[in-house]
Design a protein around this ligand. Sequence first.
Ligand code: GA4
Length: 334
Amino acid sequence: MVFVTKSASEHFSYPRTSTKVSKLFSGIPLVDLTKPDSKQLIVNACEEYGFFKIINHGVPMDFITRLESEAIKFFSLPLSEKEKSGPPNPLGYGNKHIGKNGDVGWVEYLLLTTNTESISQRFLSVFGNNAEEFCSALNDYVSAVKKMTCEILELMSEGLKIQPRNVFSKLLMDEQSDSCFRLNHYPPCPELQGLSSAGARNVIGFGEHTDPQIISVLRSNNTSGLQISLRDGSWISVPPDQNSFFINVGDSLQVLTNGRFESVRHRVLANGLKSRLSMIYFGGPPLSEKIAPLQSVMNGEEESMYKEFTWFEYKKSAYSSRLADNRLGHFERI
Ligand code: GA4
């Protein structure tokens, strides 16, 4: 899929990475949600990578394609129209600038609350008569993805042998849950066109970072670009798969498991030829929730590795950081 957007042609100095272009990695942990071994595979993947791929997820394909086509409609609008939904504060339309502290990337995006009733008129007016279609597609998609995510979190607690089963999922099910949703569009990057793989350079679409929330669930079209960092610091490219979901452990889950699971550092590199479109659901707890290691995860003598904080405090601190910062560093007990 290639769709044209004017914003892509503006001149801008993009961050690059000197890392060699890495090969597609075929060892991404794969979890089939319908198989009885899924709970153990989820725990193993969270311990080793903080990342895994889900198949047989139960999210209707129709929900995915409907939201994808709404997203294409939105990103195909003239820049001046899209900008009516921005700048992001932090929700809304953003172009190249990520967060408020100087991060940039070859990307445009829409950050939204998962509660379609609270999406502001400022944003919806861009859709004109189509606003209802967009909200309905978003609602259907988010409800189905949230259900699947809660199922994954419940399998995770079973795999960890901790009670109650909904110890993680209840944080997302809470009416006050501070979850959000992001559509990212990475237009083909003209600077990369016509370069052989030997001469290829990397242009950053979305710079390296970990997600602050509990868990993130990503679905993209069939364009490559996503990379994750392994525990030894090397980067591997994740082969795209439009029929599956990719799960990231977030910083909050790292704390809840006292570091047994580690949040995954990831980034997206721009592509010279194809547009990449991704949709990410970020499952977060209520703002007032205390985030601290669960007693049931810790062994008898084990001490908490983190100072106690609320999700509000962590989020506030995250928003004053740069994308690549180690945000949990401030909250570690020395
Ligand atoms: C990363 C995960 C989510 O996309 C996000 C991002 C947020 C933003 O784009 O506004 C942040 C980033 C993310 C972490 C550090 C801060 C905040 C940009 C940034 C530089 C929506 C989130 O919750 O944290």
